[in-house]
Design a protein around this ligand. Structure first.
Ligand code: PLP
Length: 434
């Protein structure tokens, strides 16, 4: 197990203070803090060879090329991809999911299956394609219910797949940003086995599985080959890396018909006589225009930093989550609040989300959050999130808007002391309100 006190020394932002207090950063499901190694790599690029990769033959350009290749290798190793060309750099998970959705060939009536608690980034492009082309999106609940404590039941999910025709894509968050509930790798493998055997039987219909790995890849070891997924999206800014950098893993990187955008860097030749451009092979055909070179190089530093810690991150986060969950459970049992996701923190990994209920019909929970909770958090220099976390249909239509929905999300540099501080703060707020 890594030593959290030593880990914290690698995060300069944690050494800052406000009102005499260090930051208690519990908004890691949104973006994590970059480690010193990542910052050093970005500075090194800017200070020593600030130029363009994959085009320039001069010394700096070749240095960028080499470093980009090393970054692609490192990311491939981190998720056990079989080849670095399967790693496409994007801006974020959202762009990666869109790249696949927009790049595949769709026909009217093709079906995409998603879960019922997906991030908007795994929803809106399917809805756009439904409008533009006439694809259909089928929403499957985790276990046949809309219970806030539902866990993913693979038999239920496979049953729904078997009852549906024309499926071309299953697109699922492997771990939920709403409540941390995650799908086991073995269950993903079962879904992939089903999808790929169906595709084999029906030569006319492809059947892909895409994972939104935004909340999984930073927190648990991942093996894309063992799961046999076709696509996986994740964000480097949720794993100690620079902001605005994502990854799209593609088992067959040449499978997409087109990229999201095209232009410089994606083509081997172009014409002005009506002929079509000749595109480069993957990954280059998807990475149009000058890239976020500093970010790409620093992505290598981020995964390098996590490599020897990733096995131990789940146990560390579970402990932090246990402290908060144990303290909140009595309030949950007394219906002061509802913990979302399975009540066992081991099944929610790095996330503890809870809905504080109004005490009377007319209590304005938005105001409660902003005036009471955020004021208190400010005093503690504590940061976390509230709202619907981009899981709008489930949060707004199923759970309703008359709650203050609060999410604490942990990462490797958070401490038990920070969990206890969060407990102290929320206990005070909730007890004073009672
Ligand atoms: C499950 C999930 N999917 C997608 C996203 C979108 O990630 P990004 O903003 O990096 O594109 C997030 C962001 O929090 C997420 O939690």
């Amino acid at each position: 197990m890594f030593d959290v006190d030593i880990v914290r020394r690698d995060f300069p932002a944690l050494a800052t203070e406000r009102n005499g207090r260090p930051p208690v950063y519990l908004d890691n499901a949104c973006a994590t803090i970059p480690c010193r190694q990542v910052i050093d790599t970005m500075n090194e690029y800017s200070l020593q060879y600030p130029s363009c990769g994959e085009r320039s033959l001069h010394y700096w350009g070749k240095k960028v090329d080499d470093e980009v290749a090393r970054a692609r290798d490192a990311i491939a190793r981190f998720i056990n991809a079989s080849h670095p060309d399967q790693i496409i750099f994007t801006k974020n998970t959202t762009e990666s999911l869109n790249l696949v959705a927009r790049g595949l060939h769709w026909e009217k009536g093709d079906v995409v299956v998603t879960g019922d608690r997906e991030h908007n980034s795994n929803r809106t492009m399917w809805d756009d394609l439904a409008k533009e082309i006439g694809i259909k999106r089928k929403v499957v609940t985790r276990d046949g219910t809309q219970s806030p404590h539902a866990e993913f039941n693979v038999d239920h999910f496979l049953g729904e797949l078997k009852a549906t025709s024309n499926i071309k894509m299953v697109s699922l968050a492997m771990s939920s940003n709403l409540d941390g509930c995650f799908i086991r790798a073995a269950d993903i493998r079962k879904i992939c086995d089903y999808a790929h055997s169906e595709a084999l039987q029906d030569e006319l219909q492809d059947f892909y599985v895409m994972l939104d790995g935004a909340q999984f890849v930073p927190h648990k070891p991942v093996d894309v080959q063992a799961m046999d997924v076709d696509f996986m999206a994740f964000s480097i800014h949720k794993m100690c890396g620079p902001t605005g950098l994502g990854v799209c893993y593609m088992k067959d990187p040449d499978i997409l018909e087109r990229s999201l955008i095209s232009g410089g860097g994606t083509v081997a030749n172009t014409f002005d006589d009506g002929r079509q451009p000749i595109y480069l092979r993957a990954p280059h055909k998807y990475e149009a225009g000058l890239q976020h070179w500093a970010g790409i190089l620093a992505a290598r530093s981020a995964v390098h930093y996590l490599e020897d810690k990733i096995e131990d991150i789940p146990a560390h986060e579970r402990r932090l989550n246990e402290i908060v969950t144990e303290a909140l459970l009595p309030y949950h049992e007394n219906e002061v609040l509802t913990i979302l996701g399975p009540l066992d923190p081991a099944k929610r990994g790095s996330v503890c989300t809870f809905e504080v209920h109004p005490q009377h019909e007319r209590e304005d929970m938005g105001r409660f959050f902003i005036e009471t909770v955020m004021n208190a958090a400010d005093g503690y220099n504590m940061m976390f999130r509230a709202g619907d976390f981009c899981v709008s249909p489930y949060c707004r239509q199923i759970r309703g808007e008359k709650v203050a929905r609060i999410r604490l999300s942990f990462y490797l540099y958070n401490t038990e002391e920070e969990s206890r501080l969060a407990v102290e703060m929320f206990r005070k707020i909730l007890d004073e309100r009672a």
